[in-house]
Design a protein around this ligand. Structure first.
Ligand SMILES: [Fe+2]
Length: 271
């Protein structure tokens, strides 16, 4: 595997987001834009690139606190929940870097004091990725407990596929260097938003996929689509021409002024 020499769709998304300043403000609602360089300062170190399909998100131990039958919900908090608010957003990709819809994601974590709810379902919940393979979790920053660094547990299962059990980690945690199962490939990107935190992580599941429209290697791709126009609904893989260049759509959206392909690297990749 070579993460440096393959420019993947996901890498492009992330690079676009790291570029930040060139992204129109109107795009703030696009989920992928939650991806930013780590707030620790230095150059961003991204989670595994979804480039050649051979580097799925690593598995980790389930630990002692998983409970089946969690409620289906995207928010694990209510007004009484103590702790720093945290959103985690991202996508689930398969082996060909195409997003997977309807992936079951079951999250569980400690409360702000480092305790799991083993009698009820506080800070436990499951959800499914949407048609674009995206998910969004509203929760709190988990507290620390003895022997471990800060983490969120998750099980991810694409339809009719095995379960991936793993954990997500936070950058800049002192205990990351002493936790024996910590894996930097499972680091989320995290930034502060006022008193809250916004994290992102993209899963790559070992789910076979055939290359789809928009993959440069797909010989069935049309050489170019019609001219880009505001108001048009584009799907991932669609092509559009703008300013004499051909672009491939990276994620479904309805085009609007300000999101012209050269201005929206999170949405369009030049061919
Ligand atoms: Fe845990």
């Amino acid at each position: 595997m070579d993460h440096d020499n393959h420019l993947s769709r996901k890498t492009v998304l992330k690079a676009a987001l790291a570029a930040g300043a060139s992204v129109p403000i109107a795009m703030a609602g696009v989920p992928a834009l939650a991806r930013t360089a780590r707030d620790s300062g230095g150059s961003p170190v991204f989670t595994p690139a979804c480039d050649d399909g051979d580097d799925p998100t690593p598995a980790q131990t389930e630990g002692p606190y998983f409970k089946p039958n969690s409620p289906r919900r995207t928010s694990l908090v209510d007004a009484s929940t103590q702790g720093t608010r945290l959103t985690v957003t991202g996508f689930v990709f398969g082996a060909a870097c195409r997003p997977i819809a309807n992936v079951l994601l079951d999250f569980w974590q400690a409360d702000t004091n480092g305790a799991y709810d083993n009698s009820g379902y506080r800070l436990r919940g499951h959800q499914f990725t949407d048609a674009q393979g995206a998910f969004s979790l509203t929760t709190i920053v988990p507290g620390l407990y003895p022997g471990r660094t800060r983490h969120i547990h998750v099980k991810a299962q694409a339809p009719n596929r095995p379960v991936l059990t793993t954990q997500l980690y936070f950058p800049g945690e002192p205990r990351n260097s002493t936790d024996t199962i910590f894996d930097p490939e499972l680091l989320m990107t995290v930034r502060a938003n006022g008193p809250a935190r916004e994290a992102s992580y993209d899963f790559v599941l070992n789910v076979p996929q055939s290359p789809g429209p928009g993959d440069p290697s797909d010989p069935t791709d049309p050489p170019t689509g019609g001219a880009w126009k505001a108001g048009a609904a584009y799907r991932a893989g669609d092509r559009a021409a703008y300013g004499g260049r051909s672009y491939a759509c990276l994620q479904a959206h309805t085009a609007q002024a300000g999101w012209e392909p050269p201005n929206a690297p999170a949405l369009w990749r030049a061919q």
